[in-house]
Design a protein around this ligand. Sequence first.
Ligand code: C2E
Ligand code: MG
Ligand code: MG
Ligand code: MG
Length: 277
Amino acid sequence: RAKDSGRNAFRFYERGMDAAVATRNLLELDLRDALRSGGFALHYQPIFALNDGGLRGFEALLRWNHPVRGAVPPGEFIPVAEESGLIAPLGAWALNEACREAASWPGELRVAVNVSAVQFRKQGLEQAVIRALATSGLPARRLELEITESVLMQDSDAVIGCLHRLRALGVRIALDDFGTGYSSLSYLCRFPFDKIKVDRSFVRDLDSPVAAAIVRAIVGIGERLGSTITAEGVETEEQLNRLHSKGCTEVQGFLLSRPMAAEDARAFMQERTSAAA
Ligand code: C2E
Ligand code: MG
Ligand code: MG
Ligand code: MG
């Protein structure tokens, strides 16, 4: 009997796997459709300087409103796009869209675009960036690319070369989600990042002495390297104050603002800039 139920459990598991594969394949087809029919949007989350509270720019975040399933989070569809090769056209779309939008923003406000490790492996990223800047007219200094450590884990020289050429164009390079995954301080030796983004998990645990010490260490390294240190996922006043006292340069999080549709972001910066004037 035990053996029987074991076998049944296995078969059930197998069928579950089939279902997962089928769901994934459907998602891939739907992604392809959405790319063709303009089914994606970018939302923009404000980033503020801690010294004067000024708005510095926005991070562009992909949104997909699935015709049947409704909003699908990027954590779910980006991996599928990466496995299927769709990340290259999707990433190019996001770059073009973000640059086009940001070109109409006032002053020196920047836009940060997330770039997947797979986009680096596929090549063509550099051309996509150059094209997005040229067609939008956005000055390179107002574009920031957010990459994760996984980018630096793959082959090195080709990737580092590509990062240097992007930086030579004037584009800023940020290291996202720092402190998570396979994080290693040695990545900081391989490339002079303009910005290091402290992962949300450390901000959340800031009342633990260990997390606080880690944030302080990252801030210290950033000061030495001349990199901006941005804390992500700031949700409470208390976290904000702690980050300020630890010398963090910038903050981003639900406490300050959630990501917004492009037109809401435009209204948001209008209020900000007219209030400052
Ligand atoms: P990320 O680049 O680290 O983006 C920050 C994520 O944290 C966003 O989630 C944002 O909505 C969320 N967030 C911001 N403030 C808070 C907060 O105070 N509390 C909490 N709990 N969350 C906060 P989102 O939009 O779901 O994106 C998830 C991830 O998907 C991003 O993490 C990024 O890795 C990836 N992603 C999003 N857009 C793109 C894109 O255009 N290209 C690529 N390759 N990846 C993208
Ligand atoms: Mg990011
Ligand atoms: Mg992040
Ligand atoms: Mg992340």
